[in-house]
Design a protein around this ligand. Structure first.
Ligand SMILES: NC(=O)c1ccc[n+]([C@@H]2O[C@H](COP(=O)([O-])OP(=O)(O)OC[C@H]3O[C@@H](n4cnc5c(N)ncnc54)[C@H](O)[C@@H]3O)[C@@H](O)[C@H]2O)c1
Length: 252
């Protein structure tokens, strides 16, 4: 039996990188996928990848930073598949490693509304029907920036630290109602977010990326496999964990 048979998973950021990798893997494991993103071209490719392998997926345009867009998108997903068992909050953006004095208020607000408020909007839209059925799993894609400095700039690191706190608080508040919430803290992973940095980055950046115990950056599928574990029954006693999947970045 596949690990996510008869489950429905909504994944944000599913048009690229780690979101797409989770969508494809979860579908291979039997889940029906509500693939959400602001990038409809990216979503089209994700849905094609899933359907080519015989899976079921539905693309829905959601801007996670816009409450009405989130509510409308979740409504469409529920209309299509009838329930959402799994939520993966993966959509996110980078702040170009800007220190606070170089962070204009607009950038601060943008990072907070996508990387933090977006996770709150999505969770609040999906959670009630999970609580009603007394089952559901949520995985939040945080970052090593949830633990240490230097994985982003002032706004990104602050938002990712907050995601760790939010993950723990959700577990605390809803664990006894049958909901499990965990987070992954990825290190450097080759995705749309980092492609340019890895291709055109300075020797300093690449030295930092390769100085981890793994000696390399990761691939989105390596994050997706841990996300699969966290949303499946295999991790049934895990609540509120922030799991580093970083090639050893934070042990340095
Ligand atoms: N790539 C890394 O090295 C790395 C490391 C640690 C954490 N992360 C985190 O992983 C997550 C996934 O990023 P990725 O590396 O796969 O990057 P990516 O750029 O490949 O994918 C991010 C996706 O999020 C979507 N998105 C952006 N803003 C959105 C919005 N307002 N509403 C809906 N969708 C939106 C983008 O269109 C894109 O498809 C992010 O939360 C990121 O912060 C990435």
């Amino acid at each position: 039996m596949k690990r996510l048979e008869n489950k429905v998973a909504l994944i944000t950021g599913a048009g690229s990188g780690m979101g797409r990798a989770q969508a494809v893997l979860f579908a291979e494991e039997g889940a029906s996928i509500i693939a959400a993103d602001i990038n409809m071209d990216g979503l089209k490719k994700t849905v094609e990848d899933i359907e080519k392998k015989g899976g079921s997926a539905f693309a829905v345009e959601i801007d996670v930073s816009d409450k009405s867009s989130v509510e409308e998108g979740v409504r469409k997903g529920l209309e299509k598949y009838g329930k959402i068992d799994i939520l993966s909050n993966t959509a996110g953006i980078l702040d170009d490693y800007k220190p606070t004095l170089d962070t204009p208020e607009e950038l601060w607000d943008k990072i907070m509304s996508v990387n933090l408020k977006g996770v709150y909007f999505m969770t609040n839209a999906v959670l009630p029907q999970m609580i009603e059925r007394e089952e559901g799993t949520i995985v939040n894609i945080a970052s090593i920036a949830a633990f240490v400095a230097g994985g982003g700039g002032a706004a990104y690191t602050s938002a990712k630290h907050a995601i760790a706190g939010y993950t723990k608080q959700l577990s605390f508040d809803y664990g006894k109602k049958g909901i499990r919430v965990n987070a992954i803290a990825p290190g450097a992973v080759e995705t749309g977010m980092t492609k340019e940095i890895f291709e055109e980055g300075s020797a300093d950046v690449m030295d930092a990326v390769k100085s981890v115990p793994a000696g390399r950056y990761g691939q989105p599928e390596e994050i997706a496999r841990v996300a699969l574990f966290l949303v499946s029954e295999e991790s049934s006693f895990m609540h509120g964990a922030i799991v580093p999947v970083d090639g050893g970045w934070i042990v340095k």
